[in-house]
Design a protein around this ligand. Structure first.
Ligand code: DOR
Ligand code: ZN
Length: 350
């Protein structure tokens, strides 16, 4: 008999919904499963101020209205720059901004306006610590001399550890971690009993290692940043995600890109998983016999970390293979989702 799992409705603590024509179609996927999502600010131009976030939020609200969705709450972030002022941080803290996102300049999609030197962001970090606004981190150094597979680990030593020392009260989320070192760093960090360090983990980093980039040929739809790592790292991520440790929680990093911009001589980074993210996570947890740990990871530890209430309603997941289409039409673009033309072992009960 196929298995069934009923859990409190989950939230996505790291999501790209973009803007314009695709917005509504991406939200349609996400809102079927999740009650809330942390909305990434790496638009063109980036969402750097409270006013821009308010305008973006109202475009999201319009799309939700068009979809007839009234039970979804987008949690807005701001994009940290070298010039983010302490005053903007104070303003953010007064306008329900869930956090500031640190993109080291050049680290990933639309990160050119990101932080060029962490010291430039210190006045903003100081204000974030003071006003209790969390820092969400894309944790990779950007120097081209550093091997792409090592950039997360080097980031821990060069940036994350000094920032944690200099701002011991700052709440930090190390987002979409991909390495054994990052998993163990977060697991073992001495936070002096405070809730100052958490990490999100994507479904694709739980399910794939770097071989998936080259199975039978180059696979642009498996290219994301931070890039997939060796199997030993995937295993370490599975270990912490399914351990019941509340420092680790769900963040899909689902990142839509038009098909043509992925299948290109210089393809964009990002895996699209919003169509059945919970099915992918269930598949990962089930693969190691830890389905009963999924609810904590997906529905409890995120809101607990952010000091928000847990959701109250439930979703039902069933072990029923879902066929994934070869493509979705999102707005006026075509997108290739993760597992296109294949199946996901779990699905949301209809
Ligand atoms: O793979 C990624 N895609 N990683 C990121 O950090 C950004 C994201 C995007 O915006 O496409
Ligand atoms: Zn992201």
């Amino acid at each position: 008999m196929s298995k069934k799992l009923i859990i409190i409705r989950p939230d996505d603590w790291h999501l790209h919904v973009r803007d314009g024509a695709v917005l509504k179609d991406v939200l349609a996927h996400t809102t079927k499963q999740f009650a809330r999502a942390v909305i990434m600010p790496n638009l063109k131009p980036p969402v750097t101020t409270v006013d821009l976030a308010k305008a973006y939020r109202s475009r999201i609200d319009t799309a939700l209205q068009q979809l007839g969705v009234s039970n979804f709450n987008p949690l807005m972030t701001l994009y940290l720059t070298d010039n983010t002022s302490a005053d903007e941080v104070r303003k953010a803290s007064e306008h329900q901004i869930i956090g500031f996102k640190l993109y080291p300049a050049g680290a990933t999609t639309n990160s050119d306006a990101g932080v060029t030197n962490i010291k430039h962001a210190y006045p903003a970090l100081e204000a974030m610590q003071k006003h209790s606004v969390p820092l969400l981190i894309h944790g990779e150094v950007t120097e081209s001399a550093i091997d792409i597979f090592d950039r997360e680990v080097v980031f821990i030593d060069r940036i994350l550890e000094p920032v944690r020392k200099d701002f011991p009260e700052l709440r930090i989320i190390f987002e979409h971690i991909t390495t054994k070192q990052a998993a163990h760093y977060v697991r073992d960090a001495d936070t002096k009993g405070k809730n100052t360090l958490g990490a999100t983990i994507t479904a694709h980093h739980l399910l794939m290692n770097r071989n998936s980039l080259f199975t039978g040929g180059i696979r642009p739809h498996h290219y994301c940043l931070p890039i997939l790592k060796r199997e030993e790292h995937r295993l370490a991520l599975m270990e912490v995600a399914t351990s019941g440790n509340p420092r680790f929680f769900l963040g899909t990093d689902s990142a839509p890109h038009p098909k043509g911009e992925k299948e290109s001589s210089c393809g964009c980074a990002g895996c699209y998983t919003a169509h059945n993210a919970m099915g992918l996570y269930a598949e990962a947890f089930d693969s190691v016999g830890q389905l009963d740990r999924l609810e904590g990871f997906a529905s409890f530890f995120g809101p607990d970390f952010y000091s928000l209430p847990r959701n109250q309603d439930q979703i039902t997941l069933v072990q029923q293979a879902e066929e994934v289409p070869f493509e979705f039409t999102l707005g006026d673009t075509v997108l290739v989702p993760l597992r296109a033309g294949e199946t996901i072992a779990w699905s949301l009960a209809k």
